[in-house]
Design a protein around this ligand. Structure first.
Ligand code: NDP
Length: 520
């Protein structure tokens, strides 16, 4: 810290105070007096210094940056102002782990959050991504169950590998993401050495109102790099804030990390015939089918001045969307459009959108929203508080607004899985990754990581499903996992076979089955 000026201390109301070192007492040995209002304010403020931590993505790091659009042709696909050729847009990013709490080590094996807020001329655009292009579940109704299975047991308060494998093997749609998680990319070397993916399928509309489905890829210019399990375990003890420190220190040094933004574009009428359901978040679109198209360069160049105000209180939400961009039938995305803003209302407060990291910077909000705790932004007294009215004030302008994405659906209320396309199943893309993307060393480390994790506190009943799960991904990998886990259990003198009960509860691919379907 550097030296600053030393003005007289005041309380929060600006009244000078007598002492910051001795509380007021009735005589030297007497009780502390309640009317020492500065002491009371100091203790009360201290008690309230924390807001509830995020239930997921609690531990993170963030910085400001700039997106510059380099590809003039991208305007053919979207009219969104931030993607027009030459556009420069200020942004805020928050990287994070998912399951750990505020003080948890940065190097736990976990996906990483990659949430970006772009301060555009049409208000904020938030892209709430991860460092993986896929996710563990495909319907938002499973999200709370999934997260609970990754957090802590109700009784002991301990994390529990058995819960994790129990859930994963009962929801085999998780196989693609778990393969990713157990591989090298499950522990990035730093936040700078990982890609970011919008993950969900979004819609773009150009100025002629032609529609495209789109997937975002932020490719790290630092190169992908990772930590082995052993390295990560050591850092968890010696340097739990490794990734937060790395990001902050590199930016302070002027070593600004950057990513090349690319997209995959699918004309809307190709979705129905594509070999994978393009809205299923457990699947990628093959690069061979939809090659990456360069959009621009995104560079982080400024640290926050106050971590709590600018990063802890930063509120990212996919409901922040701008004209030229819309949603898709991805049920995880549609759930997140509700749940993120709701989480911020609870965690930070009703008026979280007024705070500096969350307020739009290129435009003033013109809304009828009013009052609530901690409100300080308000319309002038002459502006009506309702619409429509006969006196003026904000009015909705469909010409300026986007439509949030349009697609056909048949209007019947159903509870159904995704429409199954020709090559859709739960294990196929995970198997492709294992056999066609990973090299021998990467496959070896993948098997070792699974064996290490699954041989630690997982019951033989659940393990039976674990072996089958990996055999479904890849028979050779499954065999290695079974042999490796059994050898470790035998070495530790633990049971390798189920003693009682039924181990046959394989979840199957029922989540892909369509009972009654809408059109994609
Ligand atoms: P490609 O061979 O064109 O793409 C494979 C991609 O896999 C690479 O471009 C790279 O994506 C990613 N990759 C490389 N090494 C690893 C690793 N150790 N762990 C995880 N991902 C890695 O084939 P397809 O596009 O047809 O995809 C084949 C499989 O690759 C998929 O089933 C999926 O599992 C995986 N994959 C596909 C992605 C996609 O969007 N198509 C993205 C990432 C993985 P990147 O350049 O994004 O790092």
């Amino acid at each position: 810290m550097t030296e600053v000026s030393t003005p007289a201390t005041t309380n929060n109301a600006g009244n000078p105070i007598e002492s910051d070192n001795e509380s007021l007492s009735a005589g030297i040995q007497g009780p502390i007096l309640l009317h020492d209002h500065y002491l009371i304010e100091k203790l009360a403020q201290f008690n309230r210094e924390r807001v509830p931590e995020r239930i997921v993505h609690a531990k993170g790091a963030g910085a400001y940056g700039e997106l510059v659009i380099t590809n003039p042709d991208i305007a053919n696909y979207t009219k969104a102002k931030l993607f027009q050729p030459g556009a420069k847009t200020e942004s805020l990013v928050r990287f994070s782990t998912v399951a750990g709490e505020q003080g948890s080590p940065d190097t736990w094996r976990d996906p990483r959050g990659f949430a970006i807020k772009f301060y555009t001329e049409d208000g904020n655009y938030d892209l709430v991504g991860n460092n993986t292009p896929v996710f563990f579940v495909r319907d938002t109704i499973k999200f709370p169950d999934f997260i609970r299975s990754q957090k802590r047991l109700p009784g002991s308060g301990l994390r529990d590998n058995n819960m994790q494998w129990d859930f994963w093997t009962l929801r085999p749609e998780s196989a693609h993401q778990v393969t990713w998680l157990m591989g090298d990319r499950g522990i990035p070397k730093t936040y700078r050495h990982m890609n970011g993916y919008g993950s969900h399928t979004y819609q773009w509309a150009n100025s002629k109102d032609e529609r495209f489905w789109v997937k975002y890829h932020f490719k790290t210019d630092q190169g992908i790099d990772f930590l082995t399990q052993d390295e990560a375990d050591k850092f968890a003890g010696s340097d739990p804030d490794l990734h937060r420190a790395d990001l902050y220190n590199e930016i302070e040094k002027g070593n600004f990390p950057s990513w090349t933004l690319k997209v995959q574009i699918m004309p809307v009428d190709e979705a129905e015939g594509y070999r994978f359901n393009p809205f299923d978040l457990t699947k990628v679109w093959s690069h061979k089918d939809y090659p990456l198209i360069e959009v621009g360069k995104w560079t982080l160049n400024r640290n926050p001045q106050n971590y709590f105000v600018e990063i802890e209180q930063a509120a990212f939400e996919p409901s922040n969307i701008v004209p030229g961009i819309g949603y898709s039938p991805d049920k995880m995305l549609l759930g997140r459009v509700f749940s993120y803003a709701d989480a911020h209302r609870y965690r930070i407060g009703t008026n979280y959108a007024q705070l500096p990291p969350n307020a739009p910077r290129k435009t003033e909000p013109q809304s009828y929203s009013k009052e609530g705790a901690m409100r300080y932004f308000y319309n002038g007294p002459e502006v009506p508080v309702y619409a429509p009215n006969s006196f003026g004030g904000p009015h909705a302008d469909p010409e300026r607004a986007g439509d949030g994405g349009l697609w056909d659906f048949d209007g019947k209320a159903v509870r159904a899985g995704y429409i199954k396309h020709a090559e859709d199943d739960d294990f196929g893309q995970a198997g492709t990754m294992v056999r066609e993307v990973l090299n021998d060393e990467q496959r070896e480390r993948l098997a070792d990581n699974i064996i290490g994790h699954a041989s630690n506190g997982v019951t033989p009943q659940v393990l039976e499903r674990v072996y089958q799960y990996w055999k479904n991904v890849d028979p050779d990998l499954g065999r290695k996992v079974e042999e490796g886990v059994k050898a470790k259990l035998a070495e530790a003198g633990e049971a390798t076979e189920p003693q009682t009960g039924d181990s046959s509860a394989q979840g199957g691919d029922e989540t892909s089955a369509v009972q009654v379907g809408g059109r994609s």
